[in-house]
Design a binder for this molecule. Structure first.
Ligand SMILES: Cc1cc2nc3c(=O)[nH]c(=O)nc-3n(C[C@H](O)[C@H](O)[C@H](O)COP(=O)(O)OP(=O)(O)OC[C@H]3O[C@@H](n4cnc5c(N)ncnc54)[C@H](O)[C@@H]3O)c2cc1C
Length: 379
């Protein structure tokens, strides 16, 4: 057992922290207020190799491990949760292509996604298929050398910004989850359009929207993985995203909120002394720091399991559940420590309070995580 970061992981931490402070933090309030996708930040994340972090060098990746990938998302989430969503959900999609793509698909798509600023998105959810993902209505009907896709996807991160989508559709609905196939879809294709972009409570700079498919003709060579393997692809990808997206993001948000709370408590004077001297607030800070420590090692451990190629359904569900609840708790306490000022938009903690809620909802709600964990514990 070795609980130390490697020299390389330490260097990644410092580089990512600096990027977050110098590039992400100064615009975090503005992109939230304007609901603006920070294209320039994504380009810089690409330029400095943060997008490519944790992917193999043969496809333009940095060659670092999954812990390094996690650290970058964590550092960015400390100052801007929306940017951490944009980055990590993109990386989840790339990871899916890397895992299930055939050699031609990897050669064609990975480099643009890792090195050229193309944004990727993963489209599973629909109006009546959220937690029950098997209830999707989108279909892909065989037509010679192609499939014709019809349907509407909902709540897709990167909608309208993405240059490449992975889309899940029923190829044989009667086979239920064994009749779903994943397709790689270029948004320039005829019949594809982006519908409503949601007006969200938090992570406003990360766009979430609808994708509409009207007789979209996709060649058979765009099937990702095997025919009818789409549901398995989705579940495997979601398992990893629960750690590398939500775990990393929750951890970062919680750490960022604790930093703000400590800073504020040391400087805010009431009754003639900083409020940090009040034992009541010290107890809050102690509990916040302790929960973060537990969340951190749990998340790093699961990322190490991913790195070693292990199956992590139970562990990733635990990480997602615990880190997101920790993040919500920590941000709420941090706002309380700010008193009335924390309720004002002048303070970053107000934005974090809105942003943090998403960690309990996407990549499967926390109720769904409990189902996964309970199933593993009972079996
Ligand atoms: C900002 C944002 C970004 C997103 N990005 C993407 C994306 O990029 N790609 C994508 O495909 N999807 C994306 N999603 C969709 C997201 O994964 C779903 O919203 C989520 O899985 C929950 O589905 P739902 O919203 O339909 O809730 P529902 O499934 O309708 O759930 C409603 C409530 O019922 C509970 N519930 C449901 N079933 C059970 C059960 N069996 N036991 C106990 N409780 C249950 C839920 O936990 C929840 O509390 C995104 C969502 C948001 C909000």
């Amino acid at each position: 057992m070795d609980f130390k970061l490697t020299k390389e992981q330490e260097m990644v931490t410092l580089a990512a922290r600096r990027f977050a402070k110098e590039i992400c933090e100064p615009i975090a309030e503005e992109i939230d207020r304007e609901h603006r996708f920070p294209r320039e930040t994504f380009d810089l994340l690409t330029k400095y190799g943060f997008v490519a972090m944790g992917f193999p060098t043969e496809y333009g990746g940095t060659g670092n491990d999954k812990i390094a990938q996690l650290i970058v998302v964590q550092e960015i989430a400390k100052v801007c949760a929306a940017t951490s969503s944009i980055l990590s959900i993109h990386q989840g999609m790339v990871n899916c292509l890397l895992k299930f793509g055939n050699p031609e698909q990897k050669d064609k798509y990975l480099r643009p996604l890792l090195c050229d600023g193309v944004v990727g998105a993963f489209a599973l959810t629909e109006d009546n298929a959220g937690s029950d993902a098997s209830n999707i209505q989108t279909t892909a009907i065989e037509d010679g050398d192609s499939y014709i896709i019809n349907g509407t996807k909902r709540f897709i991160t990167g909608a309208g910004q993405a240059g490449l989508y992975i889309v899940l559709a029923y190829t044989e609905p009667e086979k239920k989850t064994r009749g779903i196939t994943a397709f790689i879809v270029d948004p320039e294709i005829e019949g594809f359009s982006v519908g409503k972009i949601e007006n969200k409570m938090g992570i406003c700079a990360s766009h979430t929207g609808e994708l509409v498919f009207e007789n979209v003709k996709v060649p058979k060579e765009n099937i990702l993985g095997k025919y009818n393997q789409g549901f398995k692809i989705a579940l495997t990808s979601i398992d990893e995203a629960r750690v590398l997206t939500v775990g990393a993001q929750s951890l970062g948000i919680a750490e960022g909120a604790l930093d703000l709370a400590v800073e504020y408590a040391k400087n805010r004077v009431q009754f003639g002394k900083p409020v940090a001297k009040q034992q009541g607030l010290q107890w809050y800070l102690a509990e916040m720091a302790t929960k973060i420590e537990a969340a951190k090692w749990m998340t790093y451990y699961a990322a190490q399991m991913i790195q070693e190629g292990k199956r992590i359904s139970k562990e990733s569900a635990m990480v997602k559940l615990f880190t997101s609840e920790t993040a919500r708790y920590v941000v709420e306490r941090a706002l309380q420590i700010h008193g009335g000022y924390g309720y004002m938009k002048d303070y970053a903690i107000e934005r974090m309070y809105r942003d943090v809620k998403i960690t309990e909802l996407y990549e499967g709600t926390n109720e769904i995580q409990k189902l996964v964990i309970a199933r593993a514990v009972i079996n």
